[in-house]
Design a protein around this ligand. Structure first.
Ligand SMILES: CC(C)(COP(=O)(O)OP(=O)(O)OC[C@H]1O[C@@H](n2cnc3c(N)ncnc32)[C@H](O)[C@@H]1OP(=O)(O)O)[C@@H](O)C(=O)NCCC(=O)NCCS
Length: 186
């Protein structure tokens, strides 16, 4: 499936290092598993899967193979350092909407990788004819909200008490979105 404006793989410099971007493939399962399991617990806490459960990871890869999810990954010397994920929906009433999730390894943050991954996800979304991208996060994830605001997202809704955080405390769920009516370029 051709989902990006650029031809993968392509590379660019980030913080003086060459970073390669390409679509994640089924054979990347082990690479992906070791990346996601190397992240601190807090970075995976709000995922909808248990990253330490092999079956959950296998299902994640199956969704990718079926095209329901598309992922672009960032690699530094063959080592995965980030991913941007777009989860699309099949039912017609919601097929114009996709959910973005992304994560960059802590040591590589603040160098524009997140923006680049988001841009790639937008290209994938545009190629699939999506009109709206959304992201969800806990209200205490201040940095993530700031990052998404910087990327052009706005807060769409705040669902009261929808989250239990790592400490078992209740928080709001923040829904942010990015519309096709806005500029689909970062
Ligand atoms: C969100 C995340 C992917 C951003 O990755 P990143 O590589 O650090 O992002 P970038 O360097 O491209 O920064 C993107 C923009 O956000 C801004 N930004 C980055 N970190 C920020 C922070 N902590 N606070 C405020 N703004 C921040 C940058 O200045 C940049 O804006 P600009 O280009 O207009 O200057 C990364 O912080 C992460 O993996 N967090 C943990 C997982 C997560 O929370 N994911 C989001 C929920 S799906």
């Amino acid at each position: 499936m051709s989902t990006t404006a650029k031809t993968y793989p392509w590379a660019a410099q980030f913080g003086g290092r060459s970073v390669t971007f390409r679509c994640m493939r089924a054979e990347d399962q082990e690479l992906f598993k070791s990346f996601i399991r190397s992240l601190p617990h807090v970075d995976n806490f709000y995922l909808l899967v248990d990253v330490h459960n092999d079956q959950d990871i296998a299902r994640w890869m199956q969704r990718m193979e079926s095209g329901q999810t598309v992922s672009v990954i960032a690699l530094d010397n063959e080592r995965m350092i980030g991913y941007g994920n777009l989860h699309a929906n099949e039912p017609p009433w919601i097929s114009h909407v996709g959910e973005i999730r992304m994560c960059v390894a802590g040591a590589h943050r603040g160098r524009g990788l997140g923006r680049t991954l988001a841009k790639e996800v937008f290209a994938m979304a545009r190629a699939r004819g999506l009109e709206k991208i959304w992201a969800r996060m806990a209200s205490s994830q201040d940095s993530a909200q700031k990052v998404f605001h910087r990327l052009g997202f706005h807060t769409e809704a705040r669902l009261s008490g929808f989250v239990k955080n790592q400490d078992g405390l209740t928080e709001d769920l923040v829904i942010m979105s990015y519309d096709a009516g806005e500029l689909w370029e970062l």
